[in-house]
Write a protein that binds this ligand. Structure first.
Ligand code: AMP
Ligand code: MG
Length: 196
């Protein structure tokens, strides 16, 4: 594997039933850290994030994600969470160039993180400028046809696995994505290509 570390990542964001024109702010920033040399999960990072444009979560959002008003109200802001995450990387002596993010589809980084950086008026950190899209890797590895890309539950079920925990909880989504990643690594899939 060309990387030593993988950060499996699945953000949750503010939302409402009809998202048209809604500014999605990140409210949960969870990472499951995989050591690619031992093919194992070695740590987790998780922080809730305080939204500033729409500080009050909708009931719909709390029902979808399980995230409560209390959890976001006292949470650090997005730039503060990035600093905490960078300390987490330092603690593990992770070189940014030897680490890659893995997400389920392009949305987490291409849309949620990029937009959040605009809302927070900060530069996109270099370590978030590219990522590995698990759905693409999965499709390529198993030779499934384009357009037959399976979602998280679809990939689990194709592997004979079931979702563990609560769907749309960022940390549980990340843990389940990590289970698929480990299974693919076990079967010889090389996680090399990243996409900006
Ligand atoms: P997920 O990783 O599937 O839990 O989704 C990430 C984020 O996308 C959620 O935190 C919501 O902000 C938004 N989202 C996902 N599913 C829905 C939905 N059915 N309706 C509205 N927003 C959604
Ligand atoms: Mg999720």
């Amino acid at each position: 594997q060309p990387f030593d570390w993988f950060c499996v990542f699945d953000v949750e964001a503010t939302c409402r039933e009809n998202n048209n024109g809604w500014a999605h702010e990140i409210i949960e920033f969870p990472v499951v850290l995989i050591d690619a040399r031992s093919f194992s999960v070695c740590d987790e990072f998780r922080s809730f994030v305080r939204p500033l444009i729409n500080p009050e979560l909708t009931d719909f959002c709390t029902q979808l994600t399980g995230i409560t008003q209390d959890q976001v109200e006292n949470a650090p802001t997005f730039p503060e969470v990035l600093k905490l995450f960078e300390s987490f990387l330092s603690k593990h002596q992770i070189k940014h160039s030897r680490m890659a993010f893995i997400t389920d589809g392009p949305w987490d980084i291409r849309d949620f993180v990029r937009n959040q950086c605009v809302y927070s008026n900060i530069k996109l950190p270099s370590y978030l400028s590219s990522y590995i899209d698990l759905r693409r890797m999965f499709t390529k590895f198993y030779g499934r046809k384009e357009g037959k890309r399976a979602n998280l539950n679809g990939m689990l079920s194709l592997l004979g696995m079931q979702f563990e925990g609560r769907e749309h909880s960022g940390i549980d989504d990340s843990r389940n994505i990590a289970r698929i990643v480990l299974r693919l690594m076990d079967e010889g899939c090389v996680f090399d290509s990243t996409k900006s």
